[in-house]
Design a binder for this molecule. Structure first.
Ligand SMILES: [Zn+2]
Length: 442
């Protein structure tokens, strides 16, 4: 008998945390934050906020009732904050080893260094390669590579006797991801063969969108077209995307050189994620690429760009209109260069739909447009599977039981509808709530 206890991530996007129980002992998958719960507070410093404050704000999973249970291990599926951002606040309660792929662990360690509270001991944090198998007494765990918008993402299969739980929260089925391996379909198909009972938790973030999610190769083509057309004006090109999205950043850097322009990256998070990926040999940027973590150190080069705007592409933070981002500071005139007519701003991202993000982005765009810049939006594809991809995934994995996870109520229902179309019934589709467990299997 397996117990599945969602602690966060059900009926919401963010703060993912799930406990999988065997005979009263648990494996925990992910400990994330929910950014839209705290983004409305000015100058919020998550590192300085207490666990209780953050639980009250619903910014991190509420594990109050779960604490005290024996946890064999904490497993992290990938390095996005909605999957690892609460480790510093919650993991110390469990004294359990923390496992993730090397890129995930590298990012986690950087994050923990920035926090001001006691964090898990370094010796408890361990990096294992994608495709690794781990053993915790009678439980075996597999890290199965999947494509997503950050490198080294895995689906996690937890085996106990003849029963398996697959946690596949964030993934897409990208056949041309440009960087990193394809989704390990063989590894996923093998789960079916080896089991009497297979339970799959499947991420629902884009389950309500029709069709398939475009590949990174398609986004590169879209970017190439927009960048070429924009460069014709002879103005400066500003591009902003997710700082952790190495495949996208690599496309932007390569395309800049193809246009005969010099890319310059500016922003703390860009520097953090890029240096973690290059240190691990996961991405190769040209040696001459300039990356500035602190905008002040970039002032000199930004002044140089001011008078040679036709020669540069500035890759910077600010795609959600964040008030302290580099792009917002440029738009406010706090950082050179000045925005002028003929400049183009390309958002290689979508706006994460929360009222604050939407308001911030609208304000930033208005400031840029008033100064003469032309805006290009949504030159982007999501890292999450859409409806047809999810169907393909469910047919491939063929679980006995489907548990929609990571999504608002509408999205969880959209996933349940897809499963129902494939023949699953109310006995084999489980819509769960945070804090409420189900028991499955023999
Ligand atoms: Zn993710």
């Amino acid at each position: 008998m397996i117990e599945i206890l969602p602690i966060g991530g059900m009926n919401e996007v963010g703060r993912n945390m799930t406990a999988i129980g065997f005979d009263g002992e648990y494996i925990v998958v992910d400990m994330g934050i929910r950014l839209d719960s705290i983004i409305g507070f000015d100058d919020v410093d998550i590192g300085r906020m207490s666990r209780a404050e953050l639980i009250n704000l619903q910014a991190i999973p509420d594990d109050t009732d779960f604490r005290g249970n024996k946890v064999k291990a904490i497993l992290l599926s990938h390095g996005h904050l909605d999957h690892i951002g609460a480790v510093g606040k919650l993991a110390t309660s469990y004294n359990a080893p923390i496992y993730g792929t090397p890129y995930t662990i590298r990012i986690l360690k950087k994050l923990l260094r920035e926090e001001h509270f006691p964090t898990p001991s370094q010796h408890l944090i361990r990096a294992v390669l994608p495709k690794a198998t781990l053993r915790f007494d009678n439980v075996r765990v597999e890290f199965i590579p999947v494509t997503h918008s950050i490198l080294h993402t895995v689906a996690i299969a937890i085996h106990h006797e003849n029963e398996t739980v697959l946690v596949a929260s964030d993934f897409k089925l990208d056949e041309h991801p440009l960087l990193g391996p394809l989704t390990d379909t063989e590894g996923l198909c093998r789960l079916r063969k080896d089991n009497n009972c297979l339970i799959a938790l499947v991420g629902s973030v884009r389950a309500d969108e029709p069709g398939t999610t475009p590949s990174e190769a398609e986004v590169r083509d879209m970017l190439k077209k927009v960048m070429e057309e924009s460069a014709d004006s002879g103005g400066l090109l500003y591009i902003s995307t997710f700082s952790s999205h190495m495949a996208r950043l690599k496309s932007i850097v390569d395309l800049s050189y193809e246009l005969g322009r010099t890319p310059v990256m500016v922003g703390r998070s860009l520097k953090n994620y890029c240096s973690a990926a290059t240190e691990l040999g996961l991405v190769e940027f040209p040696r001459e690429l300039e990356i500035y973590g602190r905008p002040n150190t970039a002032k000199k080069v930004m002044k140089r760009i001011e008078n040679r705007r036709q020669d540069y592409v500035i890759i910077c933070t600010g795609h959600q209109g964040e008030p302290t981002s580099v792009l917002t500071r440029i738009a406010d005139g706090k950082l050179p260069p000045r925005v002028r007519k003929g400049d183009h701003v390309i958002f290689s991202s979508s706006v994460i739909p929360s009222p604050i993000n939407q308001a911030n982005r609208a304000e930033l765009e208005a400031k840029l447009e008033v100064q003469g810049a032309e805006i290009h939006r949504d030159v982007h594809a999501s890292g999450h599977a859409r409806r047809e991809d999810i169907k393909k995934f469910l047919k491939m994995v063929a679980p006995d039981v489907v548990v929609p996870c990571h999504g608002t109520p509408e999205k969880l229902h959209a996933m349940a509808t897809i499963a129902a179309e494939l023949g699953y019934t109310k006995n084999t589709i489980h819509l769960l709530k945070n804090g409420t467990a189900i028991h499955v299997g023999g």
